[in-house]
Design a protein around this ligand. Structure first.
Ligand SMILES: [Zn+2]
Length: 303
């Protein structure tokens, strides 16, 4: 079982596929920043805190993706008066996780292969909604600084405590980018702005949701790799549109170019949703057009 790694007196994290934040807010009490993909992740987080003589009292959910909020339900059920904080626009998806596979299905009732923990967390209440304009949140003795980092998700936030930035999915580690090729986004251009902003925070270290703890000496390079991955993805998607291609065709072309395949429907749906975000951004940029043909929308690169 992994142990909490303390970065300052109060700020710690539990390393893993999903790095989870833990901040000491009082005498023996702590707040989690994200809770992992499922009940087991929630349990391991709780145990790691108990091993450090800390009782979790709350979680701040940075955004609604299942791998960040899946442990909430276990913690709410098993810890008395446990409270969940989340951005107002992310909260509905956390309270009703059926919405995530629904939007991955063009709004349809999701098929069974899309109703699993990778895209549908257990539902969790959100006790306090964080407003878009809110810059701080006080829990116990700690004032958390909050920074909007939209793009990867609707209204994702980063959280800063004692010079440590819990960056959520505002950027990814190099190995994660190499594995997936196209960084998942809801709004690619907002994601680019957030990438710049997360690097400008006056902090000593960044804890990404997926990747390694990143110090000031390495952040510029890591963010540059992220900017590059987005720029490459834009170029690849534009080229895949060519003189007219459907979303499915663009997805297939990009996957072929990257040498990645989706092994399950949920994985494919997430990848296709990300490509859809690229098409949307490229359309806004005036780089691609879309026309409704007899077989549906055809995306075309502007010559
Ligand atoms: Zn995410």
């Amino acid at each position: 079982m992994s142990e909490l790694q303390f970065l300052t007196n109060r700020a710690a994290y539990l390393p893993g596929t999903n790095n989870l934040g833990v901040v000491v807010v009082g005498d023996g009490t702590a707040v989690a920043i994200d809770t992992g993909i499922d009940k087991e992740a929630g349990r391991l987080l709780r145990r790691a805190c108990e091993a450090a003589k800390l009782q979790l009292v709350a979680a701040i959910s940075t955004h609604h993706h299942a791998d960040h909020v899946g442990g909430n339900d276990y913690l709410v059920r098993n810890i008395k008066d446990f409270r969940v904080y989340a951005p107002r626009r992310e909260a509905p998806f956390i309270e009703d996780p059926y919405l995530e596979p629904s939007y991955l299905s063009y709004g349809a009732s999701p098929i069974a292969p899309l109703r699993n923990k990778f895209v549908m967390a257990s539902p969790s209440p959100v006790h306090e909604r964080i407003e878009a304009t809110q810059s701080t949140l006080t829990i116990g003795a700690v004032e958390f600084a909050l920074f909007p980092m939209p793009g990867h998700s609707l209204a994702q936030i980063a959280v800063v405590v004692e010079g440590i930035c819990y960056a959520a999915d505002s950027f990814f580690g190099g190995a994660v980018l190499a594995k997936y090729g196209v960084p998942y986004a809801h709004d690619v251009n907002a994601q680019i702005t957030s990438l710049t902003q997360v690097g400008q925070l006056d902090v000593a270290q960044w804890v990404p949701g997926h990747g390694v703890l990143t110090g000031r000496d390495a952040i510029a390079e890591t963010l540059a790799i992220n900017h590059q991955a987005i720029a490459t993805s834009k170029t690849m998607v534009t080229a895949a549109c060519g003189s007219g291609a459907s979303l499915q065709h663009v997805v297939a072309t990009v996957q072929r170019e990257l040498g990645v395949t989706s092994s399950a429907m949920a994985q494919y749906a997430v990848f296709a949703s990300g490509i859809s975000a690229y098409l949307s951004a490229l359309h806004t940029d005036g780089v691609v057009t879309v026309e409704l043909g007899a077989d549906g929308p055809l995306w075309r690169a502007v010559a």
